[in-house]
Design a protein around this ligand. Sequence first.
Ligand SMILES: Cc1cc2nc3c(=O)[nH]c(=O)nc-3n(C[C@H](O)[C@H](O)[C@H](O)COP(=O)(O)OP(=O)(O)OC[C@H]3O[C@@H](n4cnc5c(N)ncnc54)[C@H](O)[C@@H]3O)c2cc1C
Length: 393
Amino acid sequence: MPSRPNVLIIGGGIGGLFAANALTAQGLRVSVHEQASALGEIGAGVFVTPNAVRHLERVRLGAAVEKWGARVGPGSCYLRHDGTAIAPVQVSDASGWNATFGMHRADFIDLLAAKLSAGIVQTGHRAVGFEQDDDVARVTFANGATAEADVVIAADGIHSELRPHVFPPSKPVFHGTICYRGLVPRERLPGWPMDRWQMWAGPSRHFLVFPVRHGTMVNYVGFVPADEEMKESWSAPGDPAVLRREFEGWDPRIGQVLEQVDKTFRWALYDREPLPTWTRGRLTLLGDAAHPMLPHLGQGANQAIEDGMALATILARVDTAAVPAALLAYERLRRERVAQIQLGARQNGLRLDSTATDLGARDAQLAAHAEFRRQLYSYDVMPAARAAAAGLT
Ligand SMILES: Cc1cc2nc3c(=O)[nH]c(=O)nc-3n(C[C@H](O)[C@H](O)[C@H](O)COP(=O)(O)OP(=O)(O)OC[C@H]3O[C@@H](n4cnc5c(N)ncnc54)[C@H](O)[C@@H]3O)c2cc1C
């Protein structure tokens, strides 16, 4: 009798934990191995959009997203650095579904982990080795443990330890941008609109604000140029006074937020070229391990969620013998879409930081960008994944 594949996920970030939810919802056996001694995330926000929220709903996490998220609505907008309005920001899909939420990252990790049965997530397990044969894949951990499965999903982020087992190693490229991020309690910003996402654009830098944690906190991100290279994905405490100077002379509303900042963190932005392949045998990559992208479309985590739903949909429909073909089908389904979004994020970053003297053309592009977002948000990976799986059986 054909047997259903069991799955080992390396990495308990948003991507790995969502994939675990999607796979268990399909009745597959899963374990998640995370290097840290406890699950967690930094004190900053993440923007979750309809193309991912539809999958969160499918694994019965819609109510938790509503509870912990802060829905942003049609008041969301792009502004020039002086506060002049440029254009509304698209927050709904083509059907008008406004499922766009600001989330505190720690809340997001908590709600994804809370749905998994005890024992699925094993912390303190840093993957350091991988091998496979025709029958099984095997991961070894720094603590001396080993684990075997029919499928290994490396969801271990931009520094992925397992990525060199599917593609020759390469270094991510520093993008020349640092971002400052942090949170401000709502009561310290009386009158701040908690129903919208606002982005002040250029020159050479941009500033983003959106609400999180059911509108009780405001998340800010200031993107500034930097020639100093920081270790990628590495956060360092930043100086709030330096951050305030970076945005001196901008819209006084930004000053209102920055006056309340007494702690901030700096992040270096890194990029990678799209990979031509990210699967080998029983091992595949997911999320930032496969396709890290600049944050200028707010899609890294959303695309990791699409990856997880695609993989779960395909793996649920095959037996263990078909695993290598199933993983290649997942990769084929995802590669082109994420490559387009990686490119789109780069282009949007150039618009947001434009130094053009006549900003009219840039503003028109930002206004026209609503259509790109509408299509991005309307995409549903599940029917395509079902069709891909049907081609395997
Ligand atoms: C400034 C900024 C703003 C952003 N804003 C948004 C946004 O609004 N919306 C959005 O969708 N995306 C956004 N992103 C991108 C998003 O944060 C990432 O794409 C997403 O978190 C990737 O999730 P992941 O699970 O693939 O990787 P990660 O979050 O990096 O998780 C990887 C996990 O694997 C673990 N790990 C690593 N190595 C090992 C190992 N060897 N063994 C075991 N475990 C290991 C790590 O500890 C970690 O828990 C933003 C990024 C930045 C930098």
